[in-house]
Design a protein around this ligand. Sequence first.
Ligand code: FMN
Length: 208
Amino acid sequence: MSNNILLDSMTKRIAVCITGASGAAYAYRFLEEIHNSGIAETHLVVTKPGAMVIKQELGIASKDVEKIADFSYDERNFMSPIASGSFRLDGCLVSPCSMKTLSGIAHGYEENLVIRAASIALKEGWKLVLMPRETPFGIIQIKNMLAAAEAGAIVMPPLPQFYFRPKDINEIIDMTVGKMLSIFGIKSELSKEWGVEMREETEYAKHD
Ligand SMILES: Cc1cc2nc3c(=O)[nH]c(=O)nc-3n(C[C@H](O)[C@H](O)[C@H](O)COP(=O)(O)O)c2cc1C
């Protein structure tokens, strides 16, 4: 892919935001898949707590994650393109999404570039996918997820599809990443479809 910020009309443009909830691996694999396929241009923001969790969970620095994004911005950089709705995106992913960031998105409190980019996606009617991670969810967090969903966000906690019988943690992550990619309209080998995968176990009649 060219490193030109002015896209041809076929390429997707996606903001990828990593916050300080557990589950940095999901965003990392999402970026990796897009980086390998070159099907979309990615604009990355990692919050400060996000960088700490990346270090803790993946054992790498956020700089290493930046390497597989096309563009990356500091969470305070309101001069960046994705801080304005005039810079058209095909969607925004917040993965993982902390309860703090979820709250900011649900209430329109645009205190950093992640929440600003997510708010823009909502107001512009672009796809916004949130991957909130906490357990258990309290009532405040459930209400915040409802508010975000009512405003148009797709709320997608990282919950495994055990019916595909994942063999290990990498397969669990990849299945969820496949789902994330398909929500953004990106075809990937990671996306699994019931009735296509595990076909022998799917009961349906084929009509000629
Ligand atoms: C190792 C680690 C794991 C964390 N996991 C979560 C989590 O799963 N969900 C959550 O909401 N916050 C979690 N936190 C706390 C957030 O990082 C913290 O609330 C932070 O203020 C979020 O800020 P941000 O949304 O700007 O990244 C975790 C923190 C650490 C250090």
